[in-house]
Design a protein around this ligand. Structure first.
Ligand code: MRU
Length: 353
């Protein structure tokens, strides 16, 4: 099911998840932009492995994939204690990556449905339906967020924006969060240029965002992460638009490493800084960004690229793949439920309880 909301493929962008009822196909994002190769995951363990290895990545897409993983676990359960098998699959999926709360949000939702089921047959049907709902709702949220963001930006003429990482159709159920806003600006004829940070070390910006935007005819200029300050100094960029992996009750935002740098730069250059994320990314159980578990990945992601050394063999590396931007540096958090301007605990509670 590549197209959950009946939206045309063109409008939603290149969607990286295809649900077939008995298996989940994932576009292998490790191989882009040079190769378009789909991997078939037939069970929860395979889905967890794909999330861990970043075959599929991006907070919402991770949550959706995990939900389909639970649906697959139900389909394959039944050798012995089907309830224990499904709960074990949920545990395996929960251990795949730590930072994006969408993963745990989706698994909790699946587990609630699981506990309501009285037979394996019922669980198989209802868990598949719930995963499909999670997928559909994500696409709808992306479209709604683009509407809210456009109202907020309200551009009288075409503007340029800068973005970080990949937040597009590849990272979501389709359309995108921050890239959804960029798509909408383009659809309305209000986009001059997107500057895309290459996003070291995994290069989501150059390998995925530049690919996704070029494919959809959206004007993109790729820049090294270190060029962002120079670009803002030229005064051409009106907004920095990014996604999020987890937003806490006070409005702090965990997102791809390098996001915090951009927020500091935006404040210095008086450029708007907008975070676009569905409510599945909000974690009101954590009071501040200090409590967010930040994933650190293998140092080889920094030391080498596709096996080619970029640094002295064995050099010590620090590779946190997310950072936390304090709420005080954020002008607006845009969700499908509405916008929190100058986020703080009061604004967050008003919208998310
Ligand atoms: O490590 P990744 O590629 O999963 O990190 C992705 C990001 O940080 C995105 O900005 C975030 O998940 C929002 S995606 C709509």
């Amino acid at each position: 099911m590549a197209n959950q909301s009946g939206q045309s493929e063109r409008k939603l962008g290149t969607v990286a998840l295809r649900w077939h009822g008995h298996s989940l196909e994932l576009l292998d994002q490790r191989l882009l932009p040079t190769e378009e190769h789909w991997i078939t995951a037939e069970g929860a363990t395979a889905v967890a492995q794909c999330i861990r290895d970043m075959v599929v990545r991006g907070a919402p897409a991770i949550g959706i994939s995990a939900a389909y993983g639970v649906a697959l676990a139900a389909r394959h359960a039944g050798g012995g204690d089907w309830k224990a098998e499904i709960l074990q699959a949920i545990r395996v999926l929960a251990e795949s990556r730590p930072t994006a709360v969408n993963l745990f949000w989706a698994l909790q939702r699946m587990e609630r449905v699981f506990h309501e089921c009285h037979s394996l047959e019922e669980a198989t049907k209802r868990l598949a339906a719930e995963a499909e709902h999670i997928h559909e709702e994500d696409v709808d949220a992306n479209l709604a967020m683009a509407d809210h963001a456009l109202e907020l930006i309200n551009p009288e003429s075409a503007i340029s924006v800068l973005t970080h990482c990949n937040t597009g159709a590849l990272a979501t159920g389709g359309y995108g969060t921050a890239l959804g806003v960029i798509r909408r600006l383009h659809e309305r004829g209000r986009l001059k240029e997107v500057f895309a940070d290459e996003t070291r070390p995994w290069l989501q910006g150059s390998r995925l965002t530049a690919w996704e935007l070029s494919r959809d005819g959206i004007p993109v200029t790729l820049n090294a992460d270190g060029a962002a300050a120079a670009i803002l100094a030229r005064g051409e960029v009106s907004w920095i638009v990014v996604g999020a992996d987890r937003i806490t009750a006070n409005g702090d935002v965990a997102n791809k490493i390098g996001t915090y740098n951009l927020a500091v730069l935006a404040r210095h250059h008086k450029v708007g800084f907008m975070v676009v994320a569905p409510s599945s990314t909000i974690d009101m159980s954590l009071s501040s960004g200090k409590d967010i578990p930040i994933e650190e990945r293998n140092g080889n992601e920094v030391r080498e690229i596709r096996g080619i050394p970029l640094a002295p063999d064995g050099v010590k590396v620090f590779n946190p793949v997310f950072d936390v931007t304090p709420a005080s540096l954020i002008d607006a958090i845009v969700t499908e439920k509405g916008v929190v301007k100058n986020p703080n605990i009061t604004g967050m509670q008003a919208l998310f309880g």
